[in-house]
Design a protein around this ligand. Structure first.
Ligand SMILES: Nc1nc2c(c(=O)[nH]1)N(C=O)[C@@H](CNc1ccc(C(=O)N[C@@H](CCC(=O)O)C(=O)O)cc1)CN2
Ligand SMILES: Nc1ncnc2c1ncn2[C@@H]1O[C@H](COP(=O)(O)OP(=O)(O)OP(=O)(O)O)[C@@H](O)[C@H]1O
Length: 186
């Protein structure tokens, strides 16, 4: 799946990403966050695109312009949950151990919504990532501290599969956004 995505031409990734972003920004309205009734400006956790992952950065800038907040994941160490630091267009990013641009200084925050790239995703919302277990450990940690988070996968249509053969540690996504629209999982 990674090889298929990396084989996409830049213009193709650009067009698919733009379509995906349109579905995303269409949800940046009251009903998207209706299940957060406390009126706080919400923090969206997103990933800096690598290896032809969908580029949702323009949608995040739209979110910031609407008064929202954003953050990026920080790999603290293998085997640990992810941490998160705030992101604005002025934030300095430094490649982490995997080469992923990462904010290396500043406070730690928690996301209310996690937009997480998928390498594959199945009909029940189970995600195949890069095999680090970071996403599942992070969700387990957020659940343990009682911090609610909405989890949406970000991917392309061809990455949808019948089953990724989930293991007990796998936590399903609540929804998925691709170039053709939104899917909500049970
Ligand atoms: N853009 C982006 N950032 C992200 C994620 C993501 O999925 N996409 N992650 C979502 O959780 C976290 C990073 N997840 C990672 C998980 C494993 C490896 C890793 O072990 N890489 C190996 C090669 C693995 C392989 O290809 O089989 C390496 O680079 O040596 C890297 C990053 C945080 N940041
Ligand atoms: N909640 C957890 N607690 C402890 N270990 C975990 C947890 N979740 C995952 N792991 C460990 O991480 C390993 C890799 O998980 P998995 O193959 O699901 O990664 P992934 O979701 O593809 O990776 P990533 O989210 O980093 O892209 C698992 O085999 C397991 O050992």
């Amino acid at each position: 799946m990674i090889a298929r995505r990396e084989a996409l031409a830049p213009t193709d990734v650009g067009q698919r990403s733009a379509a995906l972003r349109a579905h995303l920004t269409a949800r940046f309205s009251a009903d998207f966050f209706a299940f957060f009734p406390d009126g706080r400006a919400k923090t969206i956790g997103f990933c800096w695109p690598v290896q032809n992952e969908p580029d949702i950065r323009p949608a995040i800038r739209t979110w910031l312009a609407q008064g929202g907040h954003a953050c990026l994941p920080v790999v603290v160490a293998p085997g640990e949950p992810l941490a998160f630091r705030p992101w604005t267009p002025d934030t300095r990013l430094v490649p982490d151990r995997y080469g992923i641009p990462t904010p290396c200084e500043g406070e730690l925050v928690l996301p209310d919504v996690l937009l997480i790239p998928v390498n594959a995703v199945d009909g029940a919302g189970f995600r195949l990532g890069y095999g680090g277990g970071f996403f599942d450990r992070t969700l387990a940690r957020l659940a343990a501290i009682g911090h609610p988070v909405v989890t949406l996968g970000v991917g392309f249509d061809f990455q949808r599969v019948d089953t990724i053969h989930p293991e007990p540690h796998d936590a399903p996504l609540m929804g998925l956004v691709t170039e053709s629209g939104f899917v909500e999982f049970d």
